[in-house]
Design a protein around this ligand. Structure first.
Ligand code: ZN
Length: 380
């Protein structure tokens, strides 16, 4: 039976260009699909009928990905069920006759099926599994519909009251940025396990803002028709998901003692650092007065083995410019809350490549840094 390639599942992405089964080790050449975006990045596909053979997987369009052509230090993730997802090695550089660069990862022999993804996938089913595991510590409600008519979930620990601070968390404004989801997943787990944090703060989170693109397998950066994280205005929201987040955050702010807003992202594909931008990426965006202080607190809260070498960056004026207001700028300037955005690497911190548990530990550190800001740093 010849090799089969599938992407028809939530989060699937990757166009198979060719299969060469002439050698003992089949070669599968694919491209990360831009779908509705100017740049590609996310991929997640399933290969079957390997019949125990090793395989070589070749990414054919790295120069179309956000972060550019150099994938030399990137270690995607693979899963051979029932084993869990794990990192594979770094790739080999291939040069095409016309001068383009492609990257090849070699997979060991074993089993009939393998799944490969740019980073650990995270879909609604993963969120639901975590909520089940946490035994009702967090509930889920719908705050509106997406552009594609899907109910947009928000999870919450409690209803707000005027005597207690609150946190509004968002992830996946850019659908393929799954490190943000694993960090948020770790934060929820930590909060559920820490009585003081759970009871002293109201925790709300919209775990997958661009749900349509997450399910469709799109990277979701600057997608058609609008980037969710550039759709906060002005004048009004340009995406229904964003309007739903805005109304929800306003309700939380109106009822809670104060609100801290945190939006979690992932940077270019190969960056090996986590950081808080000191202002938005657009040249005229306002500085964030709390960014550096919070960035240092988060960095210090991270366990040493997974701590980022940098805590914050001042965005370069030569960076890509996407018109429209981001969630953090909106939360800071319109909602009037303390707000940060946080970039979490797809790879690691330059010495350790992150596993799923490491992202969870970063989430616990984020919970600690936010709680210390809202409650003071008193130990239990
Ligand atoms: Zn992003």
């Amino acid at each position: 039976m010849s090799i089969s390639w599938r992407t028809d599942f939530p989060g699937g992405n990757g166009l198979l260009l060719e299969v060469d089964e002439s050698a003992d080790r089949p070669v599968l050449r694919f491209a990360a699909e831009p779908r509705n975006c100017p740049q590609a990045l996310w991929f997640h596909f399933r290969v079957t009928a390997l019949a125990g053979r090793a395989a070589r997987i070749v990414l054919a369009n790295p120069e179309q990905t956000l972060g550019g052509v150099d994938w030399s230090a990137n270690r995607p993730v693979a899963r051979r069920q029932p084993r869990p997802w794990a990192r594979i090695g770094t790739p080999q550089r291939l040069q095409t006759p016309g001068g383009r660069v492609e990257w090849a990862w070699d997979l060991d022999a074993g089993g009939d099926a393998v799944e490969l993804a740019h980073c650990f996938p995270y879909q609604l089913a993963d969120l639901d599994a975590t909520l089940d595991e946490l035994g009702g510590a967090f509930q889920k409600t719908m705050i509106g519909l997406t552009l594609g008519s899907r109910p947009l979930p928000r999870v919450f620990s409690s209803l707000p009251d005027a005597g207690r601070p609150a946190v509004m968390l968002t992830a996946r404004h850019h659908a393929g940025e799954t490190p943000g989801s694993w960090v948020l997943d770790g934060l929820l787990r930590h909060v559920a396990a820490e009585k003081r944090l759970y009871e002293s703060i109201t925790w709300w989170a919209v775990p997958i803002v661009d749900l349509d693109d997450a399910i469709a397998g799109s990277y979701g950066k600057d997608p058609w028709p609008h980037d969710c994280n550039r759709a906060y205005g002005p004048p009004g929201p340009r995406r229904p998901e964003v309007g739903a987040v805005q109304r929800d955050a306003e309700r939380l702010k109106g009822a809670a003692k104060r609100v801290f807003f945190a939006d979690i992202h992932a940077p270019g594909h190969g960056e090996q650092a986590n950081y808080v931008p000191l202002r938005g990426w657009d040249p005229d965006s306002p500085a964030n007065p709390i960014a550096e202080e919070f960035a240092l607190a988060f960095q210090a809260a991270c366990p040493e083995d997974i701590r980022s070498p940098t805590s914050h960056v001042a965005p370069s004026p030569t960076a890509f410019i996407y018109a429209g207001m981001s969630s953090r700028t909106w939360a800071q300037t319109v909602l009037g809350a303390e707000a940060i955005s946080l970039e979490i690497s797809y790879q690691g911190n330059g010495t350790t490549y992150y596993g799923m548990d490491d992202y969870h530990r970063l989430g616990a550190a984020l919970a600690q840094a936010i709680s210390a800001r809202l409650l003071g740093s008193g130990k239990q």
